[in-house]
Write a protein that binds this ligand. Structure first.
Ligand SMILES: [Zn+2]
Length: 371
């Protein structure tokens, strides 16, 4: 890609590969400014205030779960955030049902981590194993359409599976490992797609000749029904804690024989290959920038350390890249050439295809007005 005025923020590490980035006269970008204005209050809340909020919240969850087999659903990916969230929930005396969506790409490490954690904590685990041939065909349709967010499939199905379990048991709270301290910076608009866009998933599937039969999907209207009719809330649970990633990993290792991943979201072989190879090669996107920029803003890492990490390849070693590439090709039934051709084709936007984006924007405006 031509280096037209490449610029990097002097405070965080976001740069002009985020197309809508803006800098002020000092060279500070809109991403970390957003963090400062909207997320700082949560991340740097005093422990006193936080613990008051936490106690109140736990009380509500327990009350809502009375005479039910569980008082909350906890989404569990096998990554550090959700694993640590589960550990904390048990410490508070909550009675979660752990829910995992297995899309057939779990790394062995992740599978073991989940197993150790669930048995160590003695919680029930519901695993939804995705219909692989259908999922594979949907992935293929996304690749054929040259859209960026292939992980929309995982994220949407994961949301659907969590909400379905909550409804099944009459549970009002879904606690997730999402949090402001490590994820509070907004994703650049063209780096992913709206996670509730069931219409887009179906349209891309249809374009590829796939009819969605068993794939658990969820749209904006489904979300509203879950929220307004069933009263189910999605809660970024780690925002009730002073979440320090390194400390969390140490604790998980010590208590549950947890094995750490080199980077965020590397618990899935596909996510690793997608973020470490496909995104940089085809879309000129390195998601580590956003993640590291967030850690810089929440004082978990210095800007210098973050820049140093970004100098290295997203893959720990060439050998691991090679292994993952081979695994990916075999699983998708691709040749080296299929991959080459795919990488060379121009990316296309999700909303070049049918999508719920108009409804989405409408609801967002409505919500803002209402607020
Ligand atoms: Zn910045």
């Amino acid at each position: 890609m031509a280096s037209t005025n490449h610029q990097i923020c002097i405070r965080c590490v976001m740069d002009t590969t985020a197309k809508d980035i803006r800098f002020d006269e000092d060279g500070i970008c809109n991403y970390c400014t957003y963090f400062e204005n909207h997320v700082n209050d949560v991340v740097f809340e005093s422990e006193e205030e936080r613990s008051v909020r936490r106690k109140q919240f736990i009380k509500e969850v327990k009350a809502a779960g009375k005479r039910k087999p569980y008082d909350c659903v906890m989404g569990l990916s096998g990554g550090v955030d959700s694993s640590y969230a589960l550990h904390l929930a048990l410490q508070e005396g909550l009675r979660p049902l752990a829910v995992h969506m297995d899309n057939n790409w779990n790394s062995e490490l992740a599978t073991n981590n989940i197993k150790n954690l669930v048995s160590g904590l003695n919680v029930d685990l519901h695993t939804h194993v995705i219909n692989w041939p259908e999922y594979r065909n949907l992935m293929q349709s996304f690749f054929d359409a040259d859209v960026i967010d292939v992980e929309l499939l995982y994220d949407n199905a994961m949301l659907a599976v969590n909400y379905n379990q909550a409804r099944k048991y009459g549970i009002k709270y879904i606690l997730s490992g999402s949090n402001s301290a490590t994820e509070g910076m907004p994703m650049p608009q063209d780096w992913n797609w709206k996670k509730w866009d069931k219409k887009n998933i179906k349209a891309l599937g249809k374009r590829g000749g796939v009819k969605v039969k068993t794939f658990p999907s969820i749209g904006i209207v489904d979300y509203l029904i879950n929220r307004l009719v069933y009263g189910i809330q999605w809660v970024p649970y780690l925002d009730y804690y002073d979440y320090q990633k390194t400390k969390a990993m140490d604790l998980l290792e010590e208590k549950y024989n947890y094995k750490r991943y080199p980077y965020k979201h590397y618990e899935s072989v596909f996510t690793r290959f997608y973020q470490g190879y496909i995104l940089p090669e085809k879309f000129d996107v390195d998601k580590r920038k956003l993640h590291l920029a967030t850690l810089v803003m929440s004082n978990q890492i210095s800007r210098e350390e973050a820049l140093k990490i970004l100098e290295s390849s997203p893959y720990p070693t060439e050998k691991e890249l090679h292994t993952d590439k081979k695994y990916f090709l075999k699983k998708m039934g691709w040749t080296e050439q299929t991959l080459e051709l795919y990488l060379r084709r121009e990316p296309r936007a999700h909303d070049e295809y049918p999508s719920s984006v108009i409804l989405w924007e409408f609801m967002r405006k409505l919500y803002k007005a209402y607020k």
